[in-house]
Design a protein around this ligand. Sequence first.
Ligand code: F6P
Length: 357
Amino acid sequence: MKRIGMLTSGGDCQALNAAMRGVVKGLSENISELEIYGFYEGYKGLIYGNYRLLTAADFSGILTRGGTILGTSRQPFKYMRTPDENGLDKVVAMKQTYHKLNLDCLVILGGNGTQKTANLLREEGLNVVHLPKTIDNDIYGTDVTFGFQSAVNVATQAIDCIHTTAASHNRVFIVEVMGHKVGWLTLYAGVSSGADIILLPEIPYDINKVIKAIKKRSDAGKGFTILAVAEGAISKEDAALSKKEYKKKQEQSKYPSVSYEIAAQIEKALGTEVRVAVPGHTQRGGSPCPYDRALCTRLGAAAAKAILDEDYGCMIAMINNETKRVPLSEVAGKLKTVDPNCRMIQEAKLIGISFGD
Ligand code: F6P
């Protein structure tokens, strides 16, 4: 008999259900007596004992379904040790729920913050297995996270659509791409869609270089320019500020995001109209792409195998196309960023894409 708890925490993405299905199929094929407890809305369900006993049937037919059948919420790691408004110790409460249900293991699907809490629960003596989810692809210790490729597809399609209208109107367009503090999504969607300028948080931009790149295109007779700008993109001047100064600047800014500031600077310098398009949360929505379905089926099956082997305290990673168990103690709290000198950026620069540096 195995009793498994499962939760999805943090921002959702397209392949959470596919990953849970992989885990449950892998377990139910190999254990005759299995109880799966699904916690609602991430760690909240574990803290407040909000769960349901699920069966293999609950996980059937969900390979292609976006979102998460368990629901999710953000429970910031930095507040996990802070009692809630009623004085409840969240860590103690999570442990109590775990022990009350006599769980063998918790399967936790989520991004960086979720992973830090999973590691905290491991340190507190609970058995945990983490599955790396995020459209941002910024989890250290795995080549790829699930949700990322599906989001690349959505962002690429958004830029493709902007391409045709930009070309018709001879306009400069900025498409702002999600990704939090890293540029993976913008880099892959930007290159996939033929963006002319790609701005990433890892490569602070010089606005004069951005303007020069647009001018170079118009001098060559190209009437339109597409910029793929990461939501976390930052100018060289802003990158030189302290964290506190930068935060203050952002709070006082009249622009809703960095893309609007860049648009205003281009308009002023070139006297040309610039439009901003923000696909936003569409990048996390809809059905998972085939790559993510296969990835999650493999990661889920590998998580099931780790549970069958009673090998806990790890993240199931994909490294060189092989599933691996990586100790949470080695990866929790680390961020995987884009290397500004990586081959992909060198190759993109070689074909004339500007990174504003
Ligand atoms: O981490 C995934 C992500 O979509 C980021 O790319 C983005 O910055 C953030 O979540 C948005 O968060 P929320 O859904 O809370 O607005």
